[in-house]
Design a protein around this ligand. Structure first.
Ligand code: XMP
Length: 514
């Protein structure tokens, strides 16, 4: 555990919990999300400078509503309750919570009492983001109301002597105009944080901790070439050098040249001192996928085969002491850390622990957000193209070819995708689009080339902007760029007669085609 100034975010199931943690870290203060039912002893042991109760969908009075240990409010540690968290403080302190006369949702005019430490130096009238049906209807004893809206007379309340603060609105979302200032006021004026947490201190601390843990042990890492596993591998190699072995399984569904690019960075003549093993296993994967059309079956087979390949390699490597995984914080949260619903279940290397002979798993990035992982990667000298690599699904191009897979189709989609990526980079759009790729639709259509009639495949281009990959919009790529890409693909990639651009949002479509 990292021992330093920290804020705890208690998860009551709100949809913005990650955002709260982010906002805290943006103030250079380390922050962890913990389940709402974390024991009081555990909390004391963590020695937080402050605790934030998140929002959540429940109503405090209802059966099964998440309620934390009420003694947390007596520890003398500053608490800020947001939305449900605010109502919970009112409930635990014997105030009242009732259904509001009219539900408030969206941007709402609010008035602040700027004598409050929380609203110090703010404009007294502003806009906040509300999303609630219930609200505090009666102040608990000793508390004062410090903000109100037309429909919510107690939009904020506090008991400064006990360091208890509550806001009905959401300061963490950008729609609350002075939200950043309110959170900073809480962190610096109420909790008296110093804001000294930095990426470089994370690097040094992690290297030290890993060294102490691993000692002379042998470490194994499955490297996919993606940002997370690359950064995890480099961090380990900085800590234990040649005691680390990295295995990179090339399943034959990577993008054009990608396998060689990964090898160039991590291999024998690369940038780091580690044992790098590239396993070229495409025949095995292609064989097993012959004639398979169903997307989920493809995913399952690839997952299983990956494990089998890894099993074979690890037999050769023998017993290792530690297995490294590139798990990052959103993965930890999505796998059901607190009360928030489990949303996604895409796992690339989920079954590895069952076939590798090891003592313990090391997950050095499990408390970092994606952009923090990138910062750390850059700091350790990982090339920018790897650090900013767009996300790529574990099953790779296999789920970007609709229906059955052949080597010819792989060649087509690789070449088309390469052209698309090249033109996006040339147009300087690569950092603004979160994910973009070519997919093979498996639809053939009539075309003409010279005097000849053709009957070839249609390629679909997909480019999306998204902040969380749960929802996405089609990227607004300039028409000239799409036109150039389409022209180049039909001219340079044999077997393609048509290029389509996918304008669908997610939902209802997904980002990938399968
Ligand atoms: P969808 O297609 O569900 O994708 O909108 C959301 C994000 O998840 C990635 N994705 C996967 N990643 N294994 C992975 O590692 C998978 O099977 C998989 N399927 C989708 C997708 O690329 C996007 O970033």
């Amino acid at each position: 555990m990292i021992k330093e100034e920290k804020i705890i975010v208690m998860d009551f199931g709100g949809q913005y919990n990650q955002l709260i943690a982010r906002r805290v870290r943006e103030n250079n203060i380390y922050c962890e999300i913990v389940p709402y039912n974390t024991s009081i002893d555990k909390i004391k042991e963590m020695e937080p400078s402050g605790i934030i109760f998140t929002g959540g969908p429940d109503v405090v009075y209802e059966k099964n509503a998440p309620i934390c240990d009420e003694r947390i409010l007596q520890l003398g540690i500053p608490v800020l309750g947001i939305c449900y968290g605010a109502q919970l403080i009112a409930y635990l302190k014997r105030g009242n919570v009732e259904k509001a006369k009219s539900r408030e949702y969206g941007k709402t005019n609010i008035r602040f009492d700027t004598n409050s430490l929380l609203f110090k130096n703010l404009k007294d009238r502003s806009i906040c983001w509300m999303s609630h049906t219930y609200q505090i209807s009666k102040l608990p004893e000793g508390f004062i109301a410090t903000a109100n809206t037309d429909n919510c007379p107690i939009a904020a309340m506090e008991l400064p002597e006990k360091k208890l603060y509550a806001v009905q609105f959401h300061p963490e979302v950008v729609h609350t105009e002075q939200g950043k200032e309110i959170l900073s006021n809480y962190l610096f004026n109420v909790c008296h944080c110093k804001g000294t947490w930095k990426m470089d201190s994370f690097f040094e601390k992690s290297v030290k901790e890993i060294k102490e843990k691993v000692r002379n042990g042998k470490v194994l890492c499955a490297l996919s070439g993606g940002v997370d596993s690359s950064v995890a591998a480099v961090l380990l190699s900085k800590a234990v050098g040649k005691q680390l072995t990295c295995v990179f399984v090339d399943h034959g569904f990577l993008r054009k040249n990608e396998g060689d690019e990964v090898e160039a960075v991590f291999g024998k003549n690369g940038l780091y001192d580690l044992n790098f093993i590239r396993v070229n296993a495409k025949e095995r994967f292609y064989d097993r996928l012959k004639g398979i059309e169903d997307p989920e079956t493809k995913r399952k087979i690839i997952g299983e085969e990956f494990i089998r390949v890894f099993e074979d390699v690890s037999k050769k490597i023998g017993q290792v002491d530690y297995l490294v995984q590139g798990t990052i914080y959103p993965d930890v949260i999505e796998s059901g850390l607190g009360k928030s619903d489990v949303i996604k279940s895409h796992h690339n290397v989920g079954g590895l622990p069952s076939v590798v002979n090891f003592k313990e798993i090391i997950e050095p990035l499990r408390l970092l957000f994606k952009d923090e992982v990138r910062k750390l990667g850059l700091e350790m000298g990982i090339p920018e193209n790897l650090v900013y690599r767009q996300p790529f699904p574990g099953p790779g191009l296999a789920i970007r070819i609709i229906g059955d897979i052949t080597e010819e189709k792989i060649r087509i989609v690789q070449d088309a995708d390469y052209i698309f990526r090249e033109e996006i980079a040339k147009a300087n759009l690569d950092k603004n689009i979160n994910q973009y790729f070519a997919a093979l639709t498996n639809m053939r259509s009539v075309g003409c080339m010279g005097d000849e009639r053709t009957y070839d495949y249609a390629i679909a281009l997909r480019a999306v902007t998204t902040s969380d990959f749960m929802t996405a919009e089609a990227a607004k790529i300039p028409y000239e760029v799409i036109e150039k890409v389409a022209n180049r693909i039909v001219n340079e990639v044999s077997g393609v007669s048509r290029v389509l651009y996918d304008y669908t949002t997610k939902p209802p479509a997904t980002i990938e085609f399968e």
